[in-house]
Design a protein around this ligand. Structure first.
Ligand code: PGA
Length: 257
């Protein structure tokens, strides 16, 4: 079990209208009142852009101990980018965490390592925390290239940053073969890659950065699997997709030990 604060994040992807999102927050709020989080744990939820304002209001008016997150943002400050959302717009909604470089965005929207770095830059510039996703495909894992791939993704986004900045970042290890497939990585695989990620952070940004940065695991996390993953030394939290859509299952994951 890590000594860093654990962060358990719900990535709703393209699910939940703003009505459904409000119902989710009300249900989660009631569950957290009945059974609160233990010390050293934090939660974030990442609704679609259309639900951010509603979720912000629902969380704040009820004093729900859950941070607001976004799933993406544009890398530019502002301007002629039809259909895009800026970091400043998110910050004004009290967004704390922004997922950048999710594998679905890399795969379906052509996001490169350079673009992911630019997105992390703007998120940091607006005093929010990027949750930077990294991970290998099944073919890369089978070819023994998983660490090479993850190492390159990390260097692209972390190099030449002040150690204190890196220490405040969150890295989500999400093996692509585990996302939405029901095929969770074993806690041993998750720990091994998390340890490799921490070593790489140390190599790129120094020991203090490696000690401070939080490393989440993501990919078919369920209430059953969460405790075992969270007990691993270098796993500092979870990035949960499907199982975060239901307040009860997200709450169970949040409590898992
Ligand atoms: P999943 O998604 O939990 O549905 O596998 C995880 C993610 O993509 O963040």
């Amino acid at each position: 079990m890590s000594e860093r604060e654990l962060l358990i994040s719900g990535n709703w992807k393209m699910n939940h209208t703003h009505f459904e999102a409000i119902q989710f927050v009300q249900a989660l709020s009631a569950l957290l009142r009945a059974t609160p989080l233990r010390a050293g744990r934090a939660l974030s939820v990442h609704p679609a852009f259309t639900a951010l304002r509603s979720v912000q209001t629902a969380l704040e008016s009820d004093g729900v101990p859950v941070a607001l997150g976004a799933q993406n943002c544009h890398e530019s400050e502002k301007g002629a980018f039809t259909g895009e959302v800026s970091a400043e717009m998110l910050k004004k909604l009290n967004v704390s965490y922004v997922i950048v470089g999710h594998s679905e965005r890399r795969q379906h929207f052509g996001e490169t390592d350079e673009l992911v770095r630019a997105k992390a830059d703007i998120v940091l510039r607006h005093a929010m925390t990027p949750i930077v996703c990294v991970g290998e495909t099944l073919a890369e894992r089978e070819a023994g290239e998983a660490k090479g791939k993850v190492g390159r993704q990390l260097e692209a986004v972390l190099s030449a940053r002040p150690p204190a900045v890196v220490a405040g970042m969150v890295i989500a290890y999400e093996p692509i073969w585990a996302i939405g497939t029901g095929r969770t990585a074993s806690s041993e695989d998750a720990q091994q890659m998390a340890a490799f990620i921490r070593a790489t952070i140390g190599h790129v940004a120094g020991a203090d950065a490696a000690e401070g940065a939080r490393i989440q695991y993501g990919g078919s996390v369920t209430p059953d699997k969460a405790g075992e993953l969270l007990r691993r030394r270098d796993v500092d939290g979870l990035l949960v997709g499907g199982a975060s859509l239901d307040a009860e299952s997200f709450h169970e994951i949040a409590l898992a030990r």
